[in-house]
Structures are given as structure tokens and as C-alpha cells.
Design a protein around this ligand. Structure first.
Ligand code: CP
Ligand code: NVA
Length: 330
């Protein structure tokens, strides 16, 4: 058992030990069992949290709201543009004000430094609901999903395909290194994670008996994979003009039948979502009109296949976020 996480912020996985991450996963399983059994767990009744979103969200926002309600807390949501933060009030002042009223603060937005500064000044736990650099709550749900499927995660191989320097890829590399999962970043050389982060993760991985590999080669990269993971090719906050370049660069890294066949038999497919796998979104239709692509980072066939565990993964966002809030606020 790790020392208590009470009072800690959850900003990036690099701040947490292997044992602390494992503890959060165990707690997530307990909360999932309670939710399934209909056992009430309003352990944080009387507390209040605020959710600050500077980017849009479905899963993260709903997970914090439902988990907060299940734990008996009051939940306030501030959508992009509806608070004074940044425009009329500094980050430091905002953090100090919110810290006087709330027991915990969730932030989704841009630079990692913003969420780090919020935590520095708020005086209450701050949780990172996605920044340009990291998306740490997502990884807990991903590993929980992997463990539910395989019965374990240590020693497995996870391959991230595509824009391997985005927030999701960075966080997957960190969590893999911490938990003894072999991690492969498979993408073009200009879309690889930052060298400093790779070096840090390689050191952690060595201590935990696993490897970090970067490769541009899809065949080599996806061989022996137990988990194939991808994310959208253009992340929130990036300009629309970048789509053309990304499509050219990342199309060879699409997750399709050939990729899944090259992986280990029994490999699963994960995606943090949202995903462009069909023409049922306005952006999907727009890209189809401009560039002729009916699907992007993953084919509709793989997305809907039995190997795809993306909706288990999405549900697990709620159980794992509940564990993070409980552990840091109890
Ligand atoms: N995976 C994820 O963070 O989804 P949302 O953007 O909908 O929160
Ligand atoms: N990389 C994506 C993740 C969305 C959950 C983004 O930042 O938009």
C-alpha cells in the first residue's frame, strides 16, 4: 500500500510511483464493483468540486460529473469562455478564489504549466483533465481495460500508432514505463515524443523490466503487439490548416485489418475517443469532401470489431476518475 494520496494533485503520471498508480487501479476496481452492484458510496458528501474546461469534452466532463455525484459531492461546471480566468483575472487569482470555495478543481486546457500553476496557488487538489502535453486520467482507464481483458498488464506490448507526440501518446509512454508494459511509438519521425521525455521513460522502463521503442516501420512496430492504440490525427487546439499535412504524414499509420492481423492473435484495439472512423461527424464529412477519406486513424471495420474495447475503455474513465478524486480528497 502506498502512502496516502490525500491532498495531492493529479497533474501527470511522472509525479506518481508505480505503487501509487497500482493503488488507484485497485480503487477503481472497487468503485466499479460498487457501481455495478448498486451499492451507494457517497463517501465525500458535503464536499464541492469545480470543473474548468477551456476545451470541449464528452467523456471527461461526464466522468467527473457522474463520479462527483456518486461520491455525494456538489459539482460546478465552468465551460470554455464562461469564467473570468485569463481574460479579466489572472490564473493565480482564479486559483486562489476557487481554492477558497471548492475542495478540488479539474482543469482541461492548453499548456501543462497552466494546470501546474493552478495547483501551486489553489491550496486544494487539482486534477488534469487533459493539457497539450498529458492526459493522465485517460491512462488509468486504458490500463484498467487492458487488465480486465488480459487478466494482467505487466509484460504486455502496447503500440501507439500515428501522432506519437500528442498528449495521449506521451501519457501512454509514461504509464507503460511505470507499470512494466513494453511501449512502441509507431509513427513518422517528426511525430515522435520529445527526446527528453523518451529518455526519462527509458530510464523508468529499465527499472521496471520493460522497453520503450520508437519506429517508423508499421510491420516491425506492430509485430508482437497485444494492444494497438490510436488517437485522432489533429488534436484540440491545433489549427485546421494542419489536416492536409497530417493526412499525408499519418495515413500510412492507420489502424486497419492488416495492422490487426500483424499483431498478436488476441490483440485488442483501444482509442481514447472521439474517433473519425466513419462519416457521421461534421469534421469527418468535411475531410471526406476535401481529401476523399471515408475514415481516418482507424477503419470503421476495426473500430466495430470484437477486438475493439473502446466502449469498455470509455466507461472506465468514470470509475478511474472517481478513484482519483476519492484518493486525493478523502
Ligand atoms: N477521451 C476523452 O478525453 O474524451 P473527451 O474529450 O470527450 O473528454
Ligand atoms: N489528442 C486528443 C485527445 C482527445 C481526448 C486531443 O487532445 O484532442
Amino acid at each position: 500500500m502506498p502512502r496516502s494520496l490525500s491532498g495531492r494533485s493529479f497533474l501527470k503520471l511522472l509525479d506518481f510511483t508505480t505503487e501509487e498508480i497500482q493503488y488507484l487501479l485497485e480503487l477503481s476496481k472497487d468503485f466499479k464493483r460498487m457501481k455495478r452492484a448498486g451499492t451507494p458510496h457517497k463517501y465525500l458528501a458535503g464536499k464541492n468540486i469545480v470543473l474548468l474546461f477551456e476545451k470541449t469534452s464528452t467523456r471527461t466532463r461526464c466522468s467527473f460529473e457522474v463520479a462527483g455525484n456518486d461520491l455525494g459531492m456538489g459539482v460546478t461546471y465552468l465551460d470554455p469562455g464562461s469564467s473570468q480566468m485569463g481574460k479579466k483575472e489572472s490564473l493565480e487569482d482564479t486559483a486562489k478564489v476557487l481554492g477558497r470555495m471548492f475542495d478540488g478543481i479539474e482543469y482541461r486546457g492548453f499548456d501543462q504549466q497552466i494546470v501546474e500553476n493552478l495547483a501551486k496557488h489553489a491550496g486544494v487538489p487539482v486534477w488534469n483533465g487533459l493539457t497539450t502535453d498529458f492526459h493522465p486520467t485517460q491512462m488509468l482507464a486504458d490500463v484498467l481495460t487492458i487488465e480486465e481483458h488480459f487478466g494482467h498488464y505487466k509484460g504486455l506490448t502496447m503500440v501507439f500508432m500515428g501522432d506519437a507526440r500528442n498528449n495521449v501518446a506521451n501519457s501512454l509512454m509514461v504509464v507503460s514505463a511505470k507499470l512494466g508494459i513494453n511501449f512502441v511509438a509507431c509513427g513518422p519521425k517528426d511525430n515522435m515524443p520529445d527526446k527528453k521525455l523518451v529518455d526519462t521513460c527509458k530510464k523508468i522502463a529499465k527499472e521496471n523490466g520493460c522497453t520503450i521503442t520508437l519506429t517508423e516501420d508499421v510491420k516491425k512496430g506492430t509485430k508482437n503487439a497485444d494492444v494497438i492504440y490510436t488517437d485522432i490525427w489533429v488534436s484540440m487546439g491545433e489549427p485546421d490548416e494542419i489536416w492536409e499535412q497530417r493526412i499525408k504524414l499519418l495515413s500510412p499509420y492507420q489502424v486497419n485489418d492488416a495492422v490487426m492481423k500483424n499483431a498478436n492473435p488476441g490483440a485488442i484495439f483501444l482509442h481514447c475517443l472521439p474517433s473519425f472512423h466513419d462519416l457521421e461527424t461534421t469534421i469527418g464529412v468535411d475531410i471526406h469532401k476535401k481529401f476523399g477519406l471515408p475514415e481516418m486513424e482507424v477503419t470503421d471495420k476495426v473500430f466495430r470489431s470484437p477486438q475493439s474495447k473502446v466502449f469498455d475503455e470509455a466507461e472506465n474513465r468514470m470509475h478511474t476518475i472517481k478513484a482519483v478524486m476519492y484518493a486525493t480528497l478523502k
